[in-house]
Design a protein around this ligand. Sequence first.
Ligand code: FES
Ligand code: FES
Length: 154
Amino acid sequence: MVQITVNGSVEEIDADSGTPLIHILRNHLGLNSPRLGCGLEQCGACRIQVDQKLVYSCSTSLGEVNGKSITTAEALVQDGALHSVQQALLECNAGQCGYCLSGIVMAATDLLKHNPSPSRVDIQEALSPHLCRCGSHNRIIKAIQLAAEEHHHA
Ligand code: FES
Ligand code: FES
């Protein structure tokens, strides 16, 4: 039995400790924001936070997160309101299929927490582990810039 805290709720998970965390989140807990892309730390679609650090849930096992606190993109929606990064992605029509976006939202919110006024290069660097097969990177970067500006004026 492994105990983890997921988006603030304590969960006891009865599964093989070698199970990739993404399967636990999606299949045991019904949290579908982390997406399985490559399974090899090459696309970022599965990225979440463990103890406030970005990790790849495809390559992290359940056993490795025993006792830790996990945050997925679901936690960014507060009282039905989207996070400013999510809102900006929508406003900029940044996503096409959207498959990459949960991972990107996790990276972007992490960036803004540490660097509230990122330059375009800062954003590009923060997103470098993330692939977007739809080629939406430019609009995604614009959206994150917009969210950062709004943060600033808030
Ligand atoms: S699915 Fe984890 S990095 Fe691609
Ligand atoms: S919007 Fe389709 S992969 Fe990024």
